[in-house]
Write a protein that binds this ligand. Sequence first.
Ligand SMILES: [Zn+2]
Length: 501
Amino acid sequence: MATINKCIENLLFYAKENLFLCPEDITYARNQLYELFKVSHSYEFADKADLQDDILNPMIEYAINNGIIERSQALLFETKIMGLVTPSPGLTVSEFNRIAEEYNIQKATEYLYKLAVNSNYIKMRDIKKNIRWLTKGPRGEVGITINLAKPEKDPKQVLAEKEQSDQGKYPKCALCLENLGYSGSLTHPARQTLRYIPITLNGEDWHLQYSPFVYYDEHCIALSDKHVPMKIDENAFARLLDFVSCFPHYFMGSNADLPIVGGSILSHDHYQGGKKVLPMFFRPLKKKYRSPDGVTVGIRDWYNSVVHISSKNKFKVLDCAAKVLKKWQGYSNEKIGILCYTDAPHNTITPIASINNYREYCLDLILRNNRTDDKHPYGIYHPTEDMHNIKKEGIGLIEAMGLFILPGRLKSEINEMINVLTADSIDFKKLNDSPSLSKHMGIIAQLANDLGKGADKKAARNAIIEYINKTCIKILECTAVFKDTKEGETAFDAFMNSLNL
Ligand SMILES: [Zn+2]
């Protein structure tokens, strides 16, 4: 095993090559590392080495063996080490601006993204272990990822957190500005390697950073500098359009501002963007409507209810979108079960801004409703309970656009289900008592029936994957407020005509 001093030199060499750390900062970081590991100088030649296996893992072992940290602090400590060799937040902003000025904004985001990956802020090695595939449905492809890193969140927990007081907490939430450089705790991630750049959206101070979870290419987040709750209104549309004006190679969308149909954090206003790779972007319009000069208004041929607006003129797009929102917020249609208000407002929108190939501003407005009733305690436009074994969380922006992020537990549960389906007989009583399998009784019973006794492994796996594929398509269809029926189509059409654009 390399000595700790050798690890330090190899880390500094890595930082010079991959994090663009300048000579002055290298000398400075070396002394910080000596202090951290309580070692004195001993001259070592640096080598090119694997960051995780040859540098960080031995450093962590050294720290544990020498009483510097407890094993439970390993991940926090690793981030601390990387924070010492990552260019400072201020330097990162200057460098980003220099590249944007000398080259272009795309090259500047490439720099910021590379820094996020190479500093281990994005743990690409873990993300590559996620299981991904595509499935084809009646309205185009849908992406599915079993995400091994992100914890599963119950919609009721999201609501509880929204109502929880942030008083006295530091940082107030995982999205707050003061996470920059925060050392973290066992319940809050360390953020010494977080880097972001300030941006101005609709005249307000926001900042842009990458998501450590990378659900899709260059998955980034725009966050308000202030800890204020999510709110879908005309200002939100204006901010999204401002963003894509500055970053035309990215889309930017917002989760809806109500529980069940929103994302996992409602307490801090933020948007999600990145490369325009999500399946919804590839779908054409199935119907166009008469609209003001130079503005296209139509319905996307997609699983849920999407109003698409595009024009070269940003203000005309904004104006149309504001009308759609206002109309939708007050829209009820008892015949098809849409009620905009009972004890609270239910209608909201998941908006997504982008620039299309004709260099037009686009807003896709996914119409949402979060009402619940006795038959649908989790939401009328939400997966029903028989689908919660696959996905229980709120169906946010990313899923609504056709990329499913499924909980990591499914990886081992699929293997357990394969074992059950390939066995000679199935003990349903035993399954019912199993914490990991009892929720999958529905799939197991159906597939056992379809496959027959003692299916082979490959057939069992394929059948389970096919079941998941169909469920994801069904979940998307659940989120449609105007269903894909004659009745739903007529109502959607009437809604569009009532906009008086
Ligand atoms: Zn916050």
